[in-house]
Design a protein around this ligand. Structure first.
Ligand SMILES: Cc1cc2nc3c(=O)[nH]c(=O)nc-3n(C[C@H](O)[C@H](O)[C@H](O)COP(=O)(O)OP(=O)(O)OC[C@H]3O[C@@H](n4cnc5c(N)ncnc54)[C@H](O)[C@@H]3O)c2cc1C
Length: 219
């Protein structure tokens, strides 16, 4: 998996702080942005629940070599924009799939997994030879099939996304991707993303009996 930041709002902490402050000032954000204390202003405004202010910050990521099992979960997030590699226009000739660690670490399971994948791609190739278009041959392909996706989220959605997907109860592959995105966001906008991550970063776990019991300390 490769997660790369393609673009983001420059000086997002300051821009969002200035936008927020402009609601309570006679000065426009163009002036406020010059001498704003983003730390102080953002923690006050966002702390009051005015989360719309951080919607001014936008981040675009390129995500490469993840499974379609991951992207199926990812695209459930509606406050985001996506562009995903097509299985209609791009032939999936090369057998490319993600192998979960549990399977990798079990010799028998790995043998079975690889042999089924091998059969799938052989069948895919045969359908193509029979003149079946890629858009129909793809019905054979597994959830593990790799894909590339570009996604854009604003900081408000990112905070929500990190809250759900950096949690230990999230599925491991999307969690790995969310963790990488969070580290990048923290580098870019340390104020907005200071307390970002699963709820256990900020207080008690809300999962009740389903809690993993291991608050995350590595983010
Ligand atoms: C651990 C885990 C397990 C999951 N298991 C399943 C599962 O078994 N089956 C399944 O179907 N899904 C499952 N999901 C997906 C989950 O139900 C959500 O679809 C997904 O996490 C997107 O989150 P969201 O809807 O909160 O936010 P987003 O779509 O990212 O939207 C952000 C926020 O905007 C607001 N919003 C967006 N759209 C609307 C709307 N139409 N009306 C009102 N408010 C809106 C809400 O406040 C929402 O929280 C799982 C998610 C997680 C994290």
């Amino acid at each position: 998996m490769k997660v790369k930041l393609l673009a983001c709002t420059k000086d997002a902490d300051r821009i969002c702080a200035a936008a927020g402050n402009s609601c309570y000032s006679e000065r426009p954000s163009a002036e406020i942005v010059e001498d704003i204390d983003s730390e102080k202003v953002l923690s006050r405004i966002v702390g009051m629940g005015h989360h719309s202010v951080i919607e001014h910050a936008v981040f675009t990521f390129s995500v490469e070599g993840v499974s379609r099992a991951l992207t199926h979960q990812l695209v459930r997030h509606r406050m985001a924009s996506f562009s995903q590699q097509s299985q209609r226009y791009v032939s999936m000739d090369d057998a490319s799939y993600v192998t979960p660690h549990t399977i990798e670490g079990n010799e028998d399971a790995l043998r079975l997994y690889e042999s089924v994948m091998d059969d799938i791609w052989k069948a895919y190739g045969k359908l193509e030879e029979m003149g079946i278009p890629a858009e129909d041959a793809r019905y054979l392909l597994p959830n593990g099939c790799t894909t590339n996706i570009t996604l854009t989220m604003n900081a408000r959605e990112l905070l929500h996304f990190f809250s759900l997907r950096c949690c230990n109860r999230a599925q491991w592959e999307i969690r790995e991707m969310a963790d990488q995105m969070l580290r990048i966001c923290k580098e870019q906008s340390p104020v907005i993303f200071r307390n970002a991550g699963p709820p256990c970063i900020r207080g008690p776990c809300p999962e009740g009996k389903k809690t993993c019991g291991h608050p995350r300390t590595d983010l």
